[in-house]
Structures are given as C-alpha cells and as structure tokens.
Design a protein around this ligand. Structure first.
Ligand SMILES: Nc1nc2c(ncn2[C@@H]2O[C@H](COP(=O)(O)OP(=O)(O)OP(=O)(O)O)[C@@H](O)[C@H]2O)c(=O)[nH]1
Ligand SMILES: [Zn+2]
Length: 199
C-alpha cells in the first residue's frame, strides 16, 4: 500500500515564488522516487483537482531542449496550478520509460531521419513503456478518486480510467511549437493521436 512519506513546503516556478508542497511516498513497488507537488492543498478540497502526470524528461525539463515540449508543458502546469491549485505527479520514467541513455541513442537515430517512435522500435523498445499504475497508487494515497487531468494524450486517459480513477474533465496543454520540435509534435499528433492544435 502506497502512503505519503513526507510533505514539505517550498516555492516553485521561474521566480521561485509559487507556494507549493513537495511529497515523497513509501511503498512504490518499482523503487522509483516519484514525487508529487501540491498547490493550494488541492488534495483536501471537495472539488476534483487538476492533476498532471508528468513523465521525467531531463533534457526538456532541466535544459529546455529544442527537441521536445516537456519543459514548456511543465512550466505551463506550474503556472496554472499556482493559480487554480492542483496536483503534479512527477514520474521518474525518463524517455517514455526507456531511460535517459536509451533516449539519447534514440536521438542519434532521429538525427539520421527516424521519428521518435521509429527510433524507439529500432532500439528494440515499444512506442511507450510507461506505466501509470504507481501514479494511480499515489492518487489513492492522497485520497483522490476523481480528478481533472491535464493532458493531450488519449492513452494516458484510457490507462488511468482502467486503473479506477474517474476523470471528470480533460484539460489540454498548449502546443509549444518551437524551432526544432516541429516533427516531434507532428509525429505525436499523427502517430500517438495526441490532441493538440497548431496555431
Ligand atoms: N523515447 C523517447 N522519449 C522521449 C522523446 N522525447 C521525449 N520523450 C519522453 O516522453 C515523455 C513525455 O511524453 P510525451 O509523449 O511527450 O507526452 P505525454 O506526457 O505522453 O502527453 P501529454 O500529457 O499530452 O504531454 C518524457 O518521459 C520524455 O522523456 C523521444 O524522442 N524519445
Ligand atoms: Zn522532453
């Protein structure tokens, strides 16, 4: 049974001025150090909170890499939750679950012309190895059965619902198009069926 281990206040965002809390957990079977960031005690309100399941992307989240949109999605989520409250689950499944070094191998193949899914397949991995069951366990540990999920990814919606979470609303993120991630975003829309609109 997954339970909250520690809950500490901190401030986040580009100016380190958005109050939030950082939570660790015990009982996560994978041994991965997933964390939650909670804004405005959103887990303790009567209305279903905004929830984002953000999969780790060192290159995007930390370095704001040109190759993807993860860092911008994370910033957007933090801003939105700072205003409206919410629960951000930061899941340590880098590279859609293949890990950082394998993702860098995939980037090499992408530099030679493969798209993000073809590169994964070429390395012997499936399109997406992520598992959201521990995210569902973390939500259960917070007493959350009903949520409003921030995503454009229909697979995440299906998987979370299959794990018993009721999604009362799906809130899309913006399409963070920039020099370098055009093909990545277009491939996600075409192949991964991500629902976003290009301006
Ligand atoms: N294997 C691989 N993983 C990538 C690549 N680019 C980003 N990632 C990983 O993809 C994950 C983010 O997944 P996305 O498919 O971009 O978006 P999503 O989180 O499924 O969907 P949204 O909720 O709509 O954002 C992170 O774990 C990133 O590390 C890539 O080119 N190859
Ligand atoms: Zn990324």
């Amino acid at each position: 049974m997954v339970k909250v281990r520690a809950r500490v206040p901190f401030k986040v965002g580009k100016r380190s001025d958005i109050p939030a809390e950082l939570l660790s957990f015990r009982g996560l079977e994978s041994g991965k150090e997933h964390v939650a960031v909670i804004f405005q005690n959103a887990d303790q309100r009567s209305i279903p909170p905004l929830v984002r399941m953000h999969s780790e992307c060192l290159t995007g989240d930390v370095f704001h890499s040109s190759r993807c949109d993860c860092g911008e999605q994370l910033d957007e989520t933090i801003e939105k939750m700072g205003e409206q409250g919410g629960v951000l689950l930061y899941l340590r499944q880098e590279g859609r679950g293949i890990g950082l070094y394998n993702k860098i191998d995939a980037y090499e193949l992408q530099s030679q012309g493969m798209n993000t899914y073809e590169a994964n397949n070429h390395l012997g991995f499936g399109d997406d190895l992520r598992d959201f069951s521990e995210a569902a366990h973390m939500l259960a540990a917070l007493g959350l059965k009903e949520i409003r999920l921030i995503t454009n990814n229909p697979k995440k919606i299906r998987e979370l619902e299959a794990l018993g979470i009721v999604i009362t609303e799906v809130v899309g993120t913006k399409a963070h198009l920039k020099d370098g991630n055009e093909n990545y975003l277009k491939t996600k829309a075409a192949h991964g069926k991500h629902r976003f609109h290009f301006d």
